[in-house]
Structures are given as C-alpha cells and as structure tokens.
Ligand binder design. Structure first.
Ligand code: ZN
Length: 266
C-alpha cells in the first residue's frame, strides 16, 4: 500500500491529462475501499430519505428498470468487479435526470423515463451512470477536491470512518456528484460501450441529448444536461466512438418503454 502511494505521489506532480486521470483512479482505488464507497452510498441514500425524496413503489416500473440495469452490469463488472448494483426510481415527473452514487446505487427520475422516446435512450443514460461508478468518479472527485495529501492523511489515519466523514461533507455541498467535463466524457464512452454490448443501439445517449437540445430546455442543476461539456461535444464524441469501434447493435425497445410510461404517475 505504501509503495503504491509513493508511486502515485511521484506521478502526480507532472503529468498529462491522461496520466492524471490514471493517477487519480489509482489513488482513489488505493485510498477508498469498496466498503468505504458502499458506506458513502448508504449515507447519500439516507440523506435523500431525510430530504423526503419520493421513491416510486410501482413494481412494474421497478422491475423494468432493474431489467435494463441487469443487462448492462455484466459488462461493467468486467471493468470493475465486486460492485453491488442497486437501483431506485424517484417519483418526480418534472425532473429529467439520473445519477449514481459510490458503491453502485443508480437513481433514475420518472421525468427521465417519461421524456425518453426509446428504451435505448434510457439504457444510454443508465450506461453513463454505471460508467461513473466503474471509473470511481466520486472517489476521484474526492481526491481532486480535497487534495491528495488530505485524502491520503485521512486514509492512513487510525479511524477508518475518516474518509467517509470527509466524503460526507463533500456530498453535503453537492460537489461529489457534480463531475467535470473529463469524467462526463469518460462515462459517456463507457456507457455507449455497455449499451452496445447489451444489444442496444449505442446512439441512445446521443439521441437523448439531441432531443433535450432541440427542446432548448436547460433548467436547474438537477437536469442531466447541467454538467460541463456542451451536449454538442458529447454527441460528436459519441458518434466518433460508435464509428471508430464499428458498434452495430440496433435494439431500440420503443414499444416496451411506451407500455411502462403508461404506468408512471404524471
Ligand atoms: Zn454524468
């Protein structure tokens, strides 16, 4: 462990963006254990409950979302094993968003399920969120926000709850769930790959961005588009990736989504 940390500190001082990304990921994986991530995810969930977040209890909708998640996660598990994936549907038809928390909890708002036109679009968004978990973005965000030395000192401290406490303060300010451009693009790339591997048209996420862009809606911080990269850039990068890798999956699942949308309260 110490050797890895020293190596990480050495690399951290001068590096390209790619090197920094790799280093952050290494540091995050070294410093923040899977069980600490799971604890963070639990804390966020408790906070959501305290904020009176309404979770949709409809078993049909839950079963549907769970089915989509279970098509994606076998491919994600090849990149990062040991994640205990969980999913939640938030009953809020006015919010078009989804997010993931450390440890593998995925949250999707009913507003997003209602806004999507095809299942492939929902899968595109879920794949993106799965990507944030696989790439340990929340842990990396912690390192980026608090500084390597602070996180290292906490992680090597006597109290194993220190990192969780540190992270809880960040979650409180919302910063741990607000990722930068680099991480959003990385998650887009992972998500498109997982969607294609699961048999879905990998254009789903780009198509969803196009639709929101066409509607010209950029409401508050809770929307999926409120992250840093312009969606134009994200759409272009997704299309490049699909062409470069020869992704050919075609499933759209429009009819199955329509049937579920009819069961969602508006
Ligand atoms: Zn994201």
């Amino acid at each position: 462990m110490r050797f890895t940390l020293l190596l990480a500190v050495a690399v951290f001082s001068s590096c390209t963006l790619t090197q920094r990304r790799q280093t952050e990921q290494l540091v995050a994986a070294t410093l923040i254990s899977d069980s600490q991530e799971a604890q963070l995810g639990f804390q966020v969930h408790e906070a959501l409950k305290q904020e009176n977040t309404r979770f949709l209890e409809n078993p049909d909708v839950g079963f549907y979302v769970g089915g989509l998640v279970s098509k994606l996660t076998p491919f994600a598990d090849k990149d990062r094993g040991g994640v205990k994936w969980q999913y939640f549907v938030i009953d809020d038809p006015g919010t078009v968003n989804a997010f993931a928390t450390p440890g593998g909890r995925l949250y999707v708002y009913t507003g997003l399920l209602l806004e999507a036109e095809t299942e492939a679009e929902v899968v595109g968004v879920l794949g993106h969120e799965v990507g944030h978990v696989v790439a340990r973005h929340s842990a990396r965000q912690l390192v980026a926000a608090k500084g390597l030395e602070t996180v290292t000192a906490m992680a090597l401290g006597k109290d194993p709850n220190d990192v969780a406490l540190l992270a809880a303060t960040l979650i409180g300010k919302g910063s741990i769930l607000a990722y930068g451009r680099d991480m959003e693009l990385e998650s887009d790339t992972l998500g498109a790959r997982y969607a294609n591997a699961a048999g879905y048209a990998p254009q789903g996420l780009a198509s969803f961005f196009e639709k929101l862009k066409a509607r010209g809606e950029l409401p508050g911080f809770l929307t999926f588009l409120s992250t840093h990269p312009t969606n134009t850039e994200r759409i272009a990068k997704l299309n490049e990736q699909i062409a470069a890798n020869g992704y050919r999956s075609t499933e759209l699942g429009a009819a199955s989504l329509k049937a579920i949308q009819a069961k969602i309260p508006r």
